[in-house]
Design a protein around this ligand. Structure first.
Ligand code: PHE
Length: 456
């Protein structure tokens, strides 16, 4: 049998995994959630969720992936043959497939906004606060433009995926992630020169606990899952390419730290800008990045249009890069599954995933235009593709992974995998198992119930 692919270096492992985690979830979804849930208090709860829930689940995915050195579906079959646990493996592949279909749509928007910034189409000197709202609505409902940008984006993902693990995913992550971190650093420094800096910072740093409700906690857990790319087979698949000497705890820790820093920095960039334009509401919601930010940038840098141009270009480039490194990690579990479990060549598997996801992606995209009347369970097709994974499959997957690692797997196997057969020490092993057995299933169970019956 041919040797299975591996990541070539430690840095490659960390950057590829961090590339998966850092995505639209950090730059678009995190500030939106912070805005909707009252600022610093939400951030505090989010950080606790990352440490107590995110890291242990990520570590478990690493254990499962690296131990079996298989695609997600086969991994569970190997570890629990003939049991129902293997459903989680198939579900991981399925969730990645579904997410890919709509992620490619939003990613296409980021590419269009990066392009529009470049050609100066986002420069606006008027006072109409709805200008960019109309711009966005006009774009997404256009009969072919958003589709064209999504196809272009999928083409880039496909190109990287067919190049393989080391030459594709690892090599591109090693170029794109440092670029991304550099851009976000430059933007954060620029944001500090804005008039709204102190207001923005105090919004982010001074917790107002009166705003804290049960739903804040539940949103924070959901955000941690999405942002860390857990419970969907992506990191489990990446871990199957880790080498035997990769330190799993250190890698999980580094990925969580990078992901959290990028999310916080996005907040430090966006909120000073929001508070620099009078009359804008930080609790604005999901339209923030595509509808409000272009207006905010053009207003905040009114006296320095060149700065506004550069800031906007860098911002959308950042968003695009983040989307691209995440999208390849969503494509990979499905490609690896078809390649290994269905005996397709890697090229054919990748093509199959790209074409089918893109076809469904086109339908998702058109649900903002000609297919806007087409609904399923009272929602547009796009909303269904968005909701199914995050509302049902992801929380369920999180619970299954924790129970599987905490209760079912042999503890010696888990410990050996984490410590690289005893070559490393892991002082928190007992705490880790306790979290997996009790705390995480209960916490995620609450998110799950909340989403179904709307507690809060
Ligand atoms: N974590 C990515 C983000 O923050 C999204 C993602 C979800 C990536 C699922 C992989 C798998 O945008």
């Amino acid at each position: 049998m041919a040797e299975r692919a591996n990541f070539g270096s430690k840095l490659g492992v960390v950057l590829a995994s961090a590339g998966s985690a850092v995505g639209l979830g950090n730059i678009w979804r995190f500030p939106t959630e912070v805005g909707e849930n009252g600022g610093a208090a939400f951030i505090l709860i989010y950080l606790i969720c990352v440490v107590l829930i995110g890291m242990p689940v990520m570590l478990s995915e690493f254990v499962i992936g690296r131990h079996t050195r298989s695609n997600t579906a086969t991994a569970y079959q190997k570890l629990a043959p003939g049991t129902w646990w293997r459903v989680q493996g198939g579900m991981g592949v399925f969730v990645a497939f579904i997410i890919m279909c709509y992620y490619v749509v939003v990613s296409g928007w980021t590419l269009y906004y990066a392009y529009s910034s470049l050609v100066g189409a986002l420069q606006y000197t008027g006072d109409d606060a709805n200008y960019f709202s109309d711009f966005f609505d006009g774009f997404v409902s256009h009969p072919w433009l958003p589709v064209a940008f999504s196809v272009l984006f999928m083409g880039m993902v496909h190109f990287i995926i067919v190049k393989g693990v080391q030459n594709g995913i690892e090599r591109f992550s090693k170029v794109m992630m440092p670029m991304l971190l550099l851009i976000i650093g430059v933007l954060a420094v620029c944001a500090f020169s804005l008039p709204g800096t102190s207001e923005g910072l105090s919004y982010l740093l001074k917790p107002d606990f009166s705003k804290l409700t049960a739903s804040t906690v539940l949103s924070a857990i959901g955000q941690a899952f999405f942002s860390l790319s857990i419970a969907m087979g992506c990191l489990c698949t990446y871990a199957s390419y880790f080498r035997k000497d990769t330190n799993l705890v250190k890698t999980a820790y580094s990925v969580c730290v990078i992901d959290t820093i990028v999310a916080l920095m996005s907040g430090f960039i966006i909120f000073p800008a929001v508070f620099s334009v009078p009359g804008l509401d930080p609790e604005e919601g999901a339209g923030l990045v595509f509808k409000s930010l272009p207006y905010i940038f053009s207003q905040a840098f009114r006296s320095m249009p060149v700065m506004g141009y550069v800031f906007s270009l860098l911002f959308y480039l950042l968003l695009f890069l983040a989307a691209l490194t995440s999208a390849i990690s969503i494509h990979e579990p499905v490609t690896a599954y078809l390649h290994e479990a269905r005996q397709m060549s890697r090229k054919k598997a990748a093509l199959w995933v790209s074409v089918v996801c893109m076809t469904l992606g086109v339908i998702c995209s058109l649900s903002f235009g000609v297919l806007s009347d087409l609904t399923l369970f009272g929602n547009t097709i796009f909303d269904n593709f968005d909701a199914l994974p995050s509302v049902i499959l992801m929380p369920l997957g999180g619970i299954i992974i924790s129970l599987f690692t905490g209760w079912y797997l042999d503890k010696k196997l888990v410990r050996d995998e984490i410590t690289n057969e005893g070559n490393l020490t892991f002082r928190f092993f007992k705490v880790y198992i306790f979290l997996l057995r009790w705390i995480i299933p209960v916490a995620i169970g609450l998110v799950f119930v909340n989403q179904f019956i709307g507690l809060s």
